[in-house]
Every structure is written in C-alpha cells, then in structure tokens.
Design a protein around this ligand. Structure first.
Ligand SMILES: NC(=O)c1ccc[n+]([C@@H]2O[C@H](COP(=O)([O-])OP(=O)(O)OC[C@H]3O[C@@H](n4cnc5c(N)ncnc54)[C@H](O)[C@@H]3O)[C@@H](O)[C@H]2O)c1
Ligand SMILES: N[C@@H](CCC=O)C(=O)O
Length: 523
C-alpha cells in the first residue's frame, strides 16, 4: 500500500498578489519562446510517429496565430495503437495497484513543477484567463492525486467485503477491462483529458487517448508528463485525430472494450448508439461512460441575499465565456425580486473586460469559427425570444486582434420553452426567466432534458431541502456559483441527457473501468 498523506485538493493561486501575476507573465514568455510552434507527433507503443497531415491549433483570441500542430492519426494508426495497447495490457494488468498509482503520483509532481507553463499554454491555445487556467491545472493535479489513492481500495482479493460462509473462502476482486478509448473535449483540455486517461490506466487498463482537435498542444504536453512519469510503452497511446473519422473508427471497433467520452450530447448519443452494435468477432458488451452537455439553471428567490446571488450569477455564467458544461445559462428569478436581481446582474456583468487570455481578460474569445457562428446564431435569435439587456454583439475583433470575440450577453424575460432557454449555447449568453413563485421556479429549472448542474440562492430552509430532493441535477449548489467542482469535494457528473452520472473525481469513479470477479474456494 502507498505510504502517503491523505488527499487534499490543490490550493488555487492568488492572482491579487502581484508576484503571482508576474510569475504567470514569465510563464507566458517561456511558453511563447519554447512551446509555440511546437509539433506533437502521435505516440504509439512508446514511439513518436509522424503523419503526412497535421492538425493546427489556432489562438482563438488572435486567429492569425497558429499556436502549434499535432500529427493527425489515420485509421491505420488507430489499428496499430489497438494492437500495441492489447499487447501492453498483458503486462500492465499484472502490475501491483500501488506501483501503477506511483506513476500517477510522479506525474502529479512533474505537473506541479510545470503548473504555470501548462496554464500559460492554455491561455494561448484556448483563451483561458489566469484564474480559469489555474483552476483547471489544479484540477488535473487533483485527479492524479485522488485516483492514485482511490486505486488502493480496489487492490487485492479481499478488497471488497463479502459475507463469511462456513467451509469456504469467498472473495470479490476488481479487474481491469482491457483496452479503451478516451475521447475528450477542448474546453478542459488539460484536466478532463488527463483525468479520463489516468483513471482507467491506474485501474490496470490501456488507453488510446484522442484529444480534441482544437487543443492538441496541451494534450501533448500532458501526455509527455505521463511518459516521463514512467508509463510503459503501449499503456497510453497518444492519438490526436479527427473525431468523426478516427474517433468513430475506434468507438465502433470490435477490439475496443470501453469508451470514456466527454463532449456534446449529439456526439455522445451517437457514440452510445454505435457502440451498442456488436461487431463481427466482438467478445463483450462495450462499457460506455458519457459526460455530456448541460442547460444549467440557477434559481433566485425573494429570501436570497441578492448580492450573493448576483456574484454567483456573474461567476457561473461568464467564467471562461460560459464555455463550461456547468455554466449558468438560465437565471430563474421569482417575480418579487426579478428587477433587483436582473439590474444587479446586468450592472455587474457590464464591468467585465473583453480581451485575450494572455491579458487576463474576463471575457475572451470563444474557441473556434464553428462555435462563433453557433453563438452568433443565438444572438440573432435573442431579440425575438426576449429583451437584450446587455451585449448581443459578436464583434469578431478586440484590441486590434481578429478573434472569435462575443460580448457577454444577458437576455431578459425569456420564456421557459424558448430555444435560448432549452438549448446548450456554450458561450457567454444567459437567458433570464421570470418565475411566478418558488414552486414555479423549481418547475422551470426542471423543464429541460439536461440535468448537470443547478443552483438555488435562498435563505428558506424548507425550499433548500425541497430542492435537495427534487432539483434534477447531478451537481446542486446552494448560495454560490454552480461551476468549479473540486475533485473529491464535489464529485462531478450529470443525469438525464447530461450523461451517465459517472462522477469524475468521486469515490467510485474507478469502478467504471473495472469488472468484478467472485472467487469461491471450498476447503
Ligand atoms: N459533462 C461534462 O463533464 C462535460 C465536461 C466538458 C465538456 N462537456 C461538453 O462538451 C461539449 C464541448 O466540447 P466539444 O465541442 O469538444 O464536444 P464534441 O462532442 O464536439 O467533441 C468531443 C470529442 O469528440 C470527438 N468526436 C467528434 N465526433 C466524434 C465521433 N463521431 N466519434 C467519436 N468521437 C468524436 C471530438 O473530436 C472531440 O475529441 C459541450 O457540450 C460541453 O457541455 C461536458
Ligand atoms: N467540472 C467543471 C465543468 C466541466 C465542464 O465543462 C465545473 O465543475 O465547472
């Protein structure tokens, strides 16, 4: 067993301290000098493999800048990655759990030492400001530390309790599944990419990790940390590729044992469907873990501390431009305090500054042209579905830089069934919905097909207890923002169309990547 202290989440960096801002700026310089323009090849069986075609990472805040490139895997590369991973599995599955966990702990130490570099790279590659990038790298470190420790409870024959039976020894053991595919999104390209590969790997599986097309550099940086930490060849196959080609190939492949996917509802449901079809020669029912989108609502009632509510709304809605599955995209306010809350929300949000991640702006650019066009479509719809109280424009440039810039936008008096109130926008756009009273507000909150995060700002104990039972979300927050779950503290994952509620950073997450075997010996 590991001899280490109990898990504690990483503290965040305090950017009100000038020396921390200076350190961040020094890291930005270092990354610009050393990592910009870098190319990450595929890694298959421990060997770096390049491809004829490449994937480019573009700075969303200055689209004239190519941040760097990765190789672009083909289906032949995917086939070789599968072969090698199954070969590596034969040995990796025999490693002691604590030996595997030590690799995660070593990777955590390496990432801690390069924390600001990882942050700075994300500021440039996906436009995160300092705090958003730092929270994410802290989460990535937490995943390593937390999963290394949780692995211990699955180790050995006696790991799970069984009832004693006369004349026999009975036991239940957890075994890895085999080779799986991990497909991750661009919006948490460090933490989610890393968490989704570290968990199955520590459980004894081998993983083909396919990062998102828009954020291959930070993924390459993280994969290198895992290799440097000592992962044997073939245990982690790094395979940047186009999702609809190579992702599809792998999810439908007969030799893929499990799929762990975080991304949009449309792609997640498609994967769920195609993965269910048994392919010729397939020996198992694929295990599919899905973490999808949200249309997350926060209720404010007439008993709430309105200052707390407004702060929570601004943080929850506009952190990383609303590009979080957990983002507060519906603010549901009871009629009695509607005007006060909305005025406060608009006033506070109007102070947010637009700019680049490197400038540490509050609102930066959305990730790519597709996202920009999608969000712009909702801005065009906004005047028909409500009153645009703030923003409403997508200037596409800021401070002389051309980028995917969209204003922080608040749309008031949106009807509960409107598209702005039902569809995931994934940008800095909030629909404010007026509720008659508390019960109406709760009904509105539950009136979507999603069920990821939600919140209530209220001082009424009975209502909070009712919400605890009846608000249909995987992560519910009272009197605070509805984003920013911390590993081990707030296990994260949604219900309904938001996913399979697998709870990343939770006590049973590793069980998603294991199978149980009961063994009985009669004496
Ligand atoms: N629930 C959560 O924990 C969580 C966390 C982060 C993001 N998200 C969701 O992710 C979405 C944003 O991320 P995105 O734009 O990268 O999502 P996306 O669904 O477009 O892409 C996610 C990944 O799937 C791949 N992919 C695309 N088509 C595929 C296919 N046919 N087969 C296999 N793989 C395929 C992509 O290449 C990418 O790596 C939002 O909906 C957001 O809410 C959810
Ligand atoms: N886990 C993150 C959201 C990840 C999705 O984008 C949060 O809790 O805010």
């Amino acid at each position: 067993m590991l001899k280490i202290q109990d898990y504690r989440p990483q503290p965040f960096i305090d950017f009100t301290q000038p020396e921390n801002v200076q350190a961040y700026q020094a890291a930005l310089k270092k990354v610009r000098a050393e990592l910009l323009g870098k190319h990450y090849p595929l890694v298959i069986n421990g060997e770096r493999v390049d491809t004829a075609e490449k994937l480019e990472s573009i700075n969303p805040c200055d689209t004239s800048e190519v941040v760097g490139t990765t190789a672009k895997a083909t289906t032949e590369d995917a086939e070789r990655a599968l072969d090698g991973a199954w070969k590596a599995f034969e040995t990796w599955k025999t490693w002691d759990m604590d030996a595997r966990a030590r690799i995660l702990l070593k990777a955590s130490a390496l990432l801690k030492a390069r924390r600001l570099e990882a942050c700075a790279l994300m500021s440039i590659e996906v436009g995160k400001n300092y705090a958003e990038a730092d929270v994410e790298v802290a989460e990535a470190i937490d995943f390593l530390e937390y999963y290394a420790r949780s692995a211990m409870k699955y180790a050995g024959f006696g790991a799970h309790e069984t009832t004693w039976f006369e004349g026999e020894e009975n036991g239940l053991m957890s075994l890895p599944l085999g080779v799986g595919v991990s497909i991750s999104p661009w919006n948490f390209p460090c933490a989610i990419f890393l968490g989704m590969l570290a968990a199955p790997i520590v459980a004894g599986n081998c993983v083909i990790a396919k990062p998102a097309e828009d954020a291959g550099l930070i993924a390459g940086f993280i994969a290198d940390i895992m290799y440097e930490a000592g992962l044997p060849a073939g245990v982690l196959q790094f395979l940047p590729a186009v999702g609809k080609d190579v992702g599809e190939y792998l999810t439908t492949h007969a030799r893929t044992r499990f799929i762990t996917f975080t991304g949009s509802r449309a792609v997640g449901l498609h994967i769920n469907e195609v993965a269910a079809k048994v392919q010729p020669g397939q020996k198992w029912i694929k295990k599919v873990v899905l973490e999808l989108g949200g249309k997350d609502g926060m209720i404010v009632d007439e008993t709430a501390d309105l200052d707390v509510a407004v702060t929570a709304a601004v943080q929850g809605a506009f952190g990383f431009n609303g590009q979080k599955c957990s983002a507060m995209s519906r603010l549901i306010v009871v009629d009695a305090v509607y005007d006060d809350v909305v005025n406060g929300f608009v006033e506070r949000a109007s102070r947010l500054k637009m700019g680049t991640g490197e400038e540490n702006a509050n609102v930066t650019a959305v990730v790519n042209q597709m996202s920009f066009d999608k969000v712009k479509g909702y801005l065009d719809l906004a005047p028909q579905e409500g009153k645009v109280l703030l923003g409403g424009e997508a200037p596409g440039e800021c401070g002389g830089k051309t980028g995917h810039y969209v204003q922080a936008t608040i749309v008031g008096d949106v009807k509960r069934g409107a598209r702005l109130a039902q569809e995931e926008i994934f940008g800095p756009v909030v629909a404010v919905i007026r509720a008659k009273n508390w019960q109406d507000a709760l009904d509105i909150a539950n009136s979507t097909e999603y069920g990821l995060t939600g919140g209530v700002c209220s001082r009424d104990r009975a209502r909070l207890e009712q919400a605890r039972q009846e608000f249909e979300v995987g992560n519910l927050y009272f009197n605070r923002k509805i984003t920013g779950a911390i590993v081990g503290v707030q296990p994260f994952g949604g219900y309904n169309m938001s996913g399979t509620d697998s709870k990343a950073g939770g006590p049973d997450y590793l069980a998603n990547f294991m199978q149980l075997k009961t063994v009985t010996e009669r004496w």
